[in-house]
Design a protein around this ligand. Structure first.
Ligand SMILES: C[S@@+](CC[C@H](N)C(=O)[O-])C[C@H]1O[C@@H](n2cnc3c(N)ncnc32)[C@H](O)[C@@H]1O
Length: 286
């Protein structure tokens, strides 16, 4: 079957009609609200995710849904953005970044008897919390007296639903299955949730993290300086201009020597000259 035959087939078998106009109107809104650029190839993804919203709201057409999105209270926009964003994450994802934090950021601070006992880290696009909790575990493991330091991890995301999960810190057993047993035992309490085995992060991790909803397209409320920013697997769907603007604003929050971590398929090539590459997707503020 050719691409256009497949498209026709999809149109005929769909529960809701989904025109070019619907797709274009929705992707314009996505770009405006999240910075995410949806290519033509994302058409089926948008149909699949948003038709769930139509069903949940008992609507008959995408046109009705588009009208709801433009209503003054803007409530559905939040659900719409939540439905579109991709929240894939895991504990210690791209583990070399956490090894870098341990060896190159935390260990020198611990060994410097006269150094400042202060650390500010931002996880921008933290999804359901696995990334900031991995950082918190790295900190607790490397700085024995971390409670006496001034350490703050700010964890932000656009998606209110995943952010709520991060804040709660309750994970199903499959999420922690691959974690070293000693780590799991130290930082999680076994419990049950909906009759299933679940794992609750310990308060000493939660104490280090503040979860806040923040759209990276909007002005940043914090002032910095930030020792490290994790912005991993977030900008992959942003166009270059949006990335340039975002990293330009992030650079203003960091002093020379501070570190920025990107996701495995992301880069600052032709995006920012405020940072230099010092490792695998690890950048230093110049
Ligand atoms: C694929 S997850 C990455 C999670 C984590 N950083 C990691 O690498 O495991 C991308 C996250 O970026 C968030 N995101 C996308 N656009 C955003 C925006 N404009 N502002 C804030 N967060 C955004 C999504 O909601 C999603 O949770």
């Amino acid at each position: 079957m050719t691409v256009s035959q497949l498209d026709n087939f999809a149109q005929k078998t769909r529960e809701f009609a989904f025109s070019d106009e619907d797709f274009n109107a929705l992707r314009t809104l996505v770009k405006e609200h999240t910075g995410i650029h949806l290519s033509d190839q994302k058409r089926e993804l948008v149909y699949g995710r948003i038709s769930r919203r139509l069903r949940a709201l008992n609507l008959d057409s995408f046109l009705e849904y588009r009208a709801l999105l433009t209503e003054a209270n803007g409530k559905e926009i939040v659900e719409f953005c939540n439905a579109i964003t991709t929240n894939l994450t895991s504990f210690f994802r791209e583990s070399h970044h956490f090894e870098y934090v341990r060896d190159q950021i935390l260990a020198p601070l611990v060994n410097d008897a006269r150094g400042a006992r202060r650390l500010r880290i931002w996880c921008a696009g933290c999804s359901s919390g696995e990334e900031p909790y991995s950082l918190a575990m790295t900190i607790r493991e490397t700085i024995p007296d971390a409670s006496r330091w001034d350490i703050k991890i700010l964890a932000t995301d656009l998606d209110s639903e995943v952010l709520g999960r991060g804040q709660r810190g309750l994970y199903t057993s499959d999420r922690v299955r691959d974690m070293q047993a000693a780590r799991r035992e130290r930082f999680f309490r076994q419990t049950t949730h909906n009759g299933q085995l679940a794992y609750q992060v310990t308060p000493d991790l939660q104490q280090l993290i503040t979860f806040k909803q923040l759209n990276l397209m909007n002005p940043f409320p914090m002032k910095g300086p930030l020792d490290a920013i994790f912005c991993r697997n977030v900008v992959i769907y942003f166009d270059k201009d949006t990335q340039r603007d975002l990293f330009g604003r992030m650079a203003q929050l960091q002093r020379p020597g501070a570190v920025l971590f990107l996701g495995h398929s992301e880069s600052l090539f032709k995006v920012s000259t405020d940072y230099s590459l010092i490792g695998k997707t690890i950048y230093r503020r110049v």
